[in-house]
Design a protein around this ligand. Structure first.
Ligand SMILES: NC(=O)c1ccc[n+]([C@@H]2O[C@H](COP(=O)([O-])OP(=O)(O)OC[C@H]3O[C@@H](n4cnc5c(N)ncnc54)[C@H](O)[C@@H]3O)[C@@H](O)[C@H]2O)c1
Length: 331
């Protein structure tokens, strides 16, 4: 039994708590969040203890592993304490918004041989994982281009935009990880453009953008294109295409059902897309947690690492620089 503490009882903390509780090889010991009213019902729902002090939860002797689902600026302190105590960690992305702080935390984790997994949940989506397996099996030959469209259904609230670290570090970070993972090579050149088309007054206040495109190129010339928009009126749009030397992989957005309506006025009308990440990636969050617990239980390497977190953040930094300068940036 892997005994786990979940830190944070917010949007992602609740998902992680439910995933731990559903895994037969794990026991959800405690959930910690400074807001007692928020944490108590979540803990009660899973028969776990509620605590208001996350550091104390990490330090409990009956906790083997820690899941960090707290605000980004708290990650590094919790991560380092858990690693110091020899506990395995699943840490939400990003490690931190600051590159130097993320790099030094990752270096320290590596120096100590810490068992840390970065929560890049999209790698565990059953379709995207099947794409990676198809590439590994040689079904499309050498990968040449990866095209990622990732659009949110609507602008986040102003308070979120203020602390997000900007669209490249907050939103594109998932796509940078997907691009690295599907290309199978590290990008060496980043070109990005950013626009303010949805809420110019809001995003310009934080020197941010709401609509961006990025082109990545690896040393051997493989390319990835990422487009992100904070608002797609038709819903949460998540599409990936991989072009190889002998074929192409594509997939569809997910809907609640596969029903299509055809009438005299229209054909093949379908239900709206699954709305936003908690619904769209429900299976991926569960599989991500199962992979974390399996790695601990089986003494295997973590499927994603702090280095993946640092490399994705580095691409985000380059994209910010490129969008601001109008120049391509070497990684
Ligand atoms: N991988 C993904 O798909 C994904 C999705 C959403 C969020 N995230 C990441 O997860 C993290 C949390 O995001 P969220 O959307 O769940 O935020 P949230 O605001 O919904 O939840 C955060 C929770 O942490 C609690 N908290 C604050 N300080 C704490 C502390 N010191 N100790 C313990 N708990 C504390 C808050 O009270 C809140 O309940 C962020 O780093 C975010 O980037 C990742």
């Amino acid at each position: 039994m892997v005994r786990i503490a979940v830190l944070g009882a917010g949007r992602i903390g609740k998902i992680h708590a439910a995933s731990v509780a559903a895994n037969a090889k794990a026991k959800l010991v405690v959930i910690a969040d400074p807001f007692a009213d928020a944490v108590k019902p979540v803990a009660a729902a899973h028969g776990a203890e509620a605590m208001t002090d996350a550091m104390a939860a990490i330090e409990r002797t009956d906790v083997d592993a820690v899941v960090i689902g707290t605000p980004t600026d708290t990650h590094v302190a919790f991560l380092m304490r858990a690693v110091e105590l020899g506990k395995a960690v699943l840490c939400e992305k990003p490690i931190d918004l600051d590159m130097a702080k993320s790099e030094s935390a990752a270096a320290e984790v590596e120096r100590r041989g810490g068992k840390v997994m970065l929560a890049f949940n999209r790698r565990f989506d059953s379709t995207f994982a099947e794409m990676r397996r198809a590439i590994d099996a040689g079904r499309i030959g050498d990968v040449r281009q990866v095209v990622i469209s990732s659009r949110d259904p609507g602008m986040p609230p102003p308070a979120y935009v203020k602390t997000s670290g900007g669209i490249f570090r907050d939103m594109t970070i998932h796509d940078f990880d997907m691009a690295r993972w599907l290309l199978g090579e590290e990008p060496v050149l980043v070109t990005a453009v950013g626009s303010r088309l949805i809420d110019p007054a809001l995003v310009s206040q934080y020197d941010d953008y709401d609509t961006v495109m990025v082109v990545l190129q690896t040393a051997s010339g493989k390319q990835a294109h990422i487009n992100n928009c904070r608002e797609a009126v038709y819903g949460y749009d998540q599409r990936v295409e991989v072009l190889g030397a002998t074929g192409m992989l594509t997939q569809d957005n997910l809907r609640p059902t596969t029903m299509r309506l055809t009438t005299a006025e229209l054909t093949d009308a379908r239900e709206p897309l699954l709305n936003f990440f908690l619904e769209r990636y429900a299976q991926a969050y569960r599989a991500e947690m199962d992979a974390f617990i399996d790695a601990i239980d089986g003494g295997k390497p973590m499927p994603t690492t702090v280095r993946d977190g640092v490399l994705a953040l580095r691409l985000a930094e380059c994209a910010v620089e490129s969008a601001r300068s109008g120049q391509a940036v070497r990684v």
